[in-house]
Structure formats: C-alpha cells, structure tokens
Design a protein around this ligand. Structure first.
Ligand code: ADP
Length: 484
C-alpha cells in the first residue's frame, strides 16, 4: 500500500472505550486489496466478548454524553468533519486499497461521508420539543426530545466511510453513544474514522469500533437489552435476520436494505442526458451501490438508439486498479460477487438476452469484470429481479407508461427509482406512481446528506441524512405538568 502522509491513520486494533486493543481471543484476520490481492493489514477478529466490552463502555459513557449541551456536541462533530477533510487524501487511499473504488470516487466518498458529520453538527442544535395547548387549565403539556441511548450500527463494504458517518453523526448529535461493526472487507476506513473522532474530542466509550465476526458481534449487539437501537445497511436477507434477532428486546431499527432500482427512459427523454445518467447511476463503484440502476426500462420508440449510445459509452469506460489516474471502474469486492454477476449474465443470455458490450471477466483477471450491457432482456429474467451489484445494465423494452410503471413496481424492493421524460404531466404522474423511497427525475445521482435516504417495501425502514435522519436517534417524551 502507498505510504500515508499520516501513518497513524492505519490502525490495526479494536477501538473500545477510547483505547486501542486486541481481540480477547488474540485472533486476527487479513485485509486484502481487491485490485491486487495484496495483503494490506491484519485487524482483530473480535467476537462476543469484545462486543460486550464495547456495550459496557457505551452504557457507562451515555449519561455524561447526553448531559453535554447540543452546542458542545456540535463543536466536537464540526472538529471531526474538519479533520476528515484535512486527511481526505489518506482516507481515500485507505479506502481504494481495501475496497477497490477509483481514487477520485474514494475522495468523493470521503467528502460525502464528512458532509453527514457537518450536517448533523448543525442539526444537533435544532432538536426542538413542543408545548401543546392543554386540555386542562391546571396542567401544561410539554414534549421533550431525548436521545434513544446506546445504539449499534452494522455497516457494509460498498461505502466504507459514508455508511458509518450517516449513522454515527446523527447518533452523537442526538446525545446517543454508538458501537460500529464494519464490514470485514473494509475495516480500515472505520478504524481511521475512529482515530479522527478521538482526536476531535469524542469522549471514551461514546463511539467504539469492533471488527470481526459478523454473527458473533451482531448476535451480542442485537440481543443486549442495553442496546436500544440498531441501524443496519446491507442485504435484505441479513436485514430480516437482524430484525428477528432484535424482536425479543423490541429495539428500534433503521434498515437500509437491497434495491432493484428501475431506470425508465421514455420516448420523450433527452437521450444524451439519459445515457449520461445511466452511466453515473449504473457503473459508479462498479455497480456496487444499493441505489444503482438495476434494470433499464426503455420505451420502444427510443430503445435501439438508447442501446447504441449506451453501448458506446459503456465500451469507453476505463477499468483498472483504482489508484491509477483516469481509471473509472475498479474490481468487484470479492470472488462471490464476481461469481454472482457471471451467473446472472449467463442466465440472461441462456434466456435470450444479447450482450451488446462486455459480458465476461475482464482480461485484468482477479475480480475485474467488464462493464456490460445486455439488450433484449425480459422482465421475468433473474437479472431484472435480483440485485446485480455489478457493472451490468439489462435493457428491457416497454410500450406505454402504464406498462413501465407496472414493471417498475413488480418488485419486493422499493429503494431508488429513476426516469427520464420532458413531459411535465408525465413526470408528476410517474413520480407519484412509483413505489420507491427516492425518485430521480432526469438525473442518475440523488444522494446528498441534506435529503432523506431510505426505502419502502422490503428495502427497509427509516431515513438517513436530512432533518429527518436525527429522528431515528431520538425518543419523544410527553411531560404532563400538573398543579400549575
Ligand atoms: P453485503 O451483501 O453488502 O456484504 P451483508 O448484508 O452480507 O451485505 O453485510 C452487511 C453487513 O452485515 C456487514 O458488516 C456484514 O459483516 C454484516 N453481517 C452479515 N451477516 C450478518 C449476521 N448474520 N449478523 C450480523 N451481521 C451480519
């Protein structure tokens, strides 16, 4: 791995109760660069006992942290934000080395991740309660907002920094303490964030990071009665499991799960803009985001033209090691991810789809896969129904608007949706008819810290970012003040 300007950001220890420590078992696991296979670090293979230590620390730290003023928490968060931007280059390099995304995208993610901390440092000061006109002349009705308590977050590898800050920042702003279990593929970004949080003045125990076995750590975090809330980003399958594990203690939950985003191109669309949006939505992070367009529904009148233009744009994407200047697409995260993409493409081709660009493992080897375009895809094929999480765009033909909406909504998922049209009435109708938590109209990029991110149906519950995001970490308390 290239040398960091600040080598102490490469941490290979658990961060619990404000201290760097090894796992109780002494075990470690290796972190590898998916672009090169290079062994870049060994981090503690934490388990149940480590998660319990973190919960105890978070529980002990909670009373003092909740008692701080909103202004104090805002300043600490602001300091953490500033530190992230000061160390943007190092944080991006760590991310590219453990995750594979191009360095420019990694820098973008660090700025995006930091923006949640900035946003919630500001929101910390705006957690207002209420007074309600009373039913009684001798009693006042007050509504107070209080932090939920000890929280836990389980985060994925596709956005190793942003998926952490958009949970930890609102939790800390609200006065909660929080424990993060990062994905095992990308623990280094999480540990570097903890290092900077400590430098920013986050007190011991308020934010801990436990790397290691998902089942053991997840099991303890979900079972503990001391943990009041779980926020999870990952697959729908694991989300269901965690919801079941949280049921006995009735924890509050935020779940950001899988998606199957439709990207609809109507006959009246601006095709150049649609191609540009398609590339941005589908191929960033090699297609490994939960809001990536998963299926393209293209109206008959523009189908062939859109397919031809998209094929040219897809063929021009530069694939390689993310640290190389100009590379636009890195490797997939690991071999199972690659095998899944191969399987879905093979299934589509066997069912009659045609490869218009890419379609196989990349000549670079490893887990690189060619940016791919499939035409003649049917809406019943697996590739149009399962989350691809890879650089494959399947194009489905449709005839009219009702058809497009019907196909778009025929999914258990409802995270993001995109469509391109210049007809104002249609824009309004379709934006209303689509079953999704987020809709991009004439754009392929929608994520920002200031807007509510989240899904409907089996894509999860709760919203992250925006003024709504802090509510996930706040309880509403009604106080009836009598005898007045
Ligand atoms: P992905 O497909 O993005 O890897 P997963 O849902 O498998 O999504 O993983 C997302 C996060 O959930 C990771 O941090 C992973 O370690 C964790 N995880 C996976 N399985 C479990 C489990 N059984 N219990 C708790 N956490 C889990």
């Amino acid at each position: 791995m290239p040398a960091l300007k600040d080598p102490t950001l490469l941490r290979q220890a658990l961060f619990i109760d404000g201290e760097w420590s090894q796992a109780v078992s002494g075990k470690k696991f290796a972190v590898r660069n998916p672009a090169t296979g290079e062994h870049i670090a060994d981090v503690p293979d934490g388990a149940a006992a480590d998660a319990e230590r973190a919960i105890d620390a978070a529980h002990r730290a909670f009373p003092a942290w909740r008692a701080t003023t909103a202004d104090h928490r805002a300043r600490v968060l602001r300091q953490w934000f500033d530190l992230m931007l000061q160390h943007q280059d190092d944080l991006a390099m760590l991310m590219t080395c453990e995750q594979g995304k191009p360095l420019a995208e990694a820098k973008g993610e660090i700025a995006y991740a930091a923006s949640f901390i900035e946003w919630f440092s500001e929101e910390a000061r705006r957690v207002y309660g209420d007074t309600i006109p009373s039913q009684w002349s001798d009693k006042a009705i007050l509504v107070k907002k209080e932090p939920v308590g000890v929280c836990a977050a389980i985060t994925p590898w596709n956005f190793p920094a942003a998926m952490i800050t958009r949970k930890v920042a609102p939790a800390l702003a609200a006065g909660c303490t929080i424990i993060v279990k990062p994905a095992s593929q990308t623990p280094l970004s999480a540990l570097a964030l903890a290092e900077l949080a400590q430098r920013a003045g986050v007190p011991r125990g308020v934010f801990s990071v436990v790397t290691g076995g998902a089942r053991a750590i997840g099991g303890v975090l979900t079972a503990s009665p001391l943990v009041r809330k779980l926020s999870f980003t990952g697959s729908t399958e694991v989300g269901r499991l965690l919801a079941a594990q949280c049921a006995p203690t009735l924890k509050r939950m935020s779940l950001e799960l899988g998606g199957n985003a439709p990207f609809i191109v109507f006959d009246d669309a601006d095709l150049d803009a649609a191609v540009e949006g398609a590339i941005a939505s589908k191929y960033r992070n090699s297609g490994q985001t939960c809001v990536c367009a998963n299926r393209f529904l293209v109206q008959s009148g523009v189908y062939d033209r859109f397919a031809a233009r998209l094929a040219t744009a897809v063929g021009a994407l530069r694939v390689g090691n993310g640290v190389v200047e100009g590379v636009q697409q890195g490797p997939l995260i690991d071999e199972p991810a690659l095998a899944k993409v191969e399987e879905l493409v093979a299934d589509a081709v066997a069912a009659g789809a045609r490869v218009a660009a890419g379609g196989k493992r990349h000549a670079l080897g490893g887990t690189f896969y060619e940016p791919t375009l499939l035409v003649g895809v049917g809406s019943a094929m697996r590739v149009a129904n399962e989350e691809i999480f890879g650089p494959v765009a399947p194009l489905i033909r449709f005839d009219d608007e009702a058809d497009a909406v019907r196909i778009a909504n025929s999914s258990e998922f409802g995270l993001a949706a995109y469509f391109y049209s210049r007809d104002l009435a249609r824009v309004w109708r379709v934006a209303g008819a689509i079953e999704a938590g987020m809709v991009g109209v004439n754009t392929g990029i929608i994520s920002t810290a200031v807007a509510p991110f989240g899904g409907v149906k089996q894509s999860g519950m709760g919203r992250e970012g925006s003024r709504y995001g802090i509510d996930e970490y706040i309880d509403t308390k009604y106080v009836c003040l009598g005898g007045i």
